[in-house]
Design a protein around this ligand. Structure first.
Ligand SMILES: *Cc1c(COP(=O)(O)O)cnc(C)c1O
Length: 396
């Protein structure tokens, strides 16, 4: 059944998605150039892209992957996550943040969120740490940076590796410094909805040479061509060695070229996102029935997503009815995220609903509002009008 339009007249005629990539002629030219060059993969562009990202975020090393999920898998491998090791993360994330622990035989442990910032709460991490904890994967949800110093304090001098899931936070700043050099490893994703895109793509940044070497090998079958690492030093010019079991998780050169070209626009993307968010904040703070995500003082966000919480006590209906009404207005609302352990796969592994009550309460009330750099001012006003119309209609 098609959701009913309140009052019969929709606010928009054309659907507005919640997110959309921005690709211009310059991007197309950059990709084209590589397509006509000698290297489609394992050529010079990947290295150039890695150096660009490493410089941009202020990390020594960067290793590009075929996607962000593969990059997280690589990070768990480099961290040495092994069978039975516990890996702590937030339930309010994409499943990849915890699946990567499962790939290594590890056990995801979900720690609850701060109900105001929506990010993982260092106090909940502290409670979840055991002598089996090998790694923590905090997620910069919506682009808002997690309290990395707070998490480091909780870890103290235990041998626990922090892998920051920065899929949302390329360009965000923590205490004035860009995300990417604070944790042991940081992952960024270049999926089309993320802040910049390579189609599919991901990267790990790190300051640790040992992790860097492991990531490079893992990305390409566990094979090295570096004589320093060889067990047998007298091979010929063709010689290479497989040292461990890795995967083919390489990024192509034309994807890297797209990434390099997209990086030129990141500051503009960020500026435009900020303008839109400022307008949203101004409008939404006056709509009784909407609660805004709190901005932590240490975080300067790149605004990957704009997520609001409905004040359900003030509404006659649940989140689904509000969502359906927005979709009927052709406003592409969405929900980020279903608590990971609610998925049937995790339920079958034995995770029980009720594990993280604050995350679950947030989930029932949250909506993602359209936000992407190419939105026009008119689109932004349509979204605001849509929320005003729907919330006032359903307010108790
Ligand atoms: C997108 C995303 C990932 C995975 O990245 P892909 O490039 O899509 O594999 C991981 N974590 C979070 C929080 C994400 O949003």
């Amino acid at each position: 059944m098609k959701p009913a339009i309140l009052g019969g007249i929709p606010i928009r005629n054309k659907p507005l998605p919640y997110a959309k990539q921005y690709i211009d002629d310059e991007d197309c030219l950059a990709v084209n150039e590589v397509l006509k060059s000698s290297f489609l993969t394992t050529g010079p562009k990947v290295k150039e892209f890695e150096e660009e990202i490493a410089n941009y975020v202020g990390a020594k090393y960067a290793v590009a992957f075929s996607n962000g999920t593969a990059a997280l898998h690589g990070a768990c491998y480099a961290a040495g996550v092994d069978a039975g090791d516990e890996v702590i993360t937030t339930p309010i994330t994409f499943a990849a943040s915890s699946n990567c622990a499962l790939y290594m035989g590890g056990v995801p442990v979900f720690a609850d969120i701060d109900p105001e910032t929506f990010n993982i709460d260092p106090k909940a991490i502290e409670k979840a740490i055991t002598n089996k904890t090998k790694a923590i994967i905090p997620v910069d949800f919506t682009g808002q940076v997690v309290d990395i110093d707070g998490i480091k304090d909780v870890v103290e001098d235990r041998d626990i590796i922090i892998i920051e899931d920065g899929a949302h936070s390329l360009g965000s700043k923590y205490k004035g410094t860009r995300v990417g050099g604070q944790a042991d490893m940081t992952m960024f994703s270049f999926h089309p909805v993320k802040t910049i895109t390579t189609g599919e793509g991901g990267i790990i940044t790190t300051n640790n040479k040992e992790y860097y070497t492991k990531l490079i090998n893992f990305r390409s079958h566990g094979i090295t061509r570096d004589i320093e690492q060889f067990k047998n030093k007298d091979g010929g010019g063709w010689y290479y060695e497989q040292l461990d079991l890795g995967f083919n998780y390489r990024m192509t050169d034309f994807q890297a070229a797209l990434g390099i070209s997209q990086m030129k626009k990141l500051d503009w993307f960020t500026q435009r996102r900020k303008e839109i968010v400022e307008r949203y904040n101004e409008a939404f703070k006056d709509i009784d029935g909407i609660i805004l995500q709190k901005n932590a003082s240490f975080s300067d966000t790149v605004n990957h997503l704009y997520v609001i919480k409905l004040d359900l006590a003030k509404l006659k209906v649940d989140r689904k009815a509000i969502y359906n009404a927005l979709i009927a207005e052709k406003i592409g609302a969405h929900v980020h995220y279903i608590p990971v352990y609610w998925h049937p796969y995790y339920q079958e592994l034995g995770y029980k609903k009720g594990l993280c009550p604050k995350a679950e309460e947030l989930y029932e009330a949250m909506l993602t509002v359209p936000l992407f750099p190419a939105m026009s001012d008119e689109d932004v006003e349509d979204v605001i009008k849509g929320f005003e119309k729907i919330i006032s209609y359903y307010r108790v």
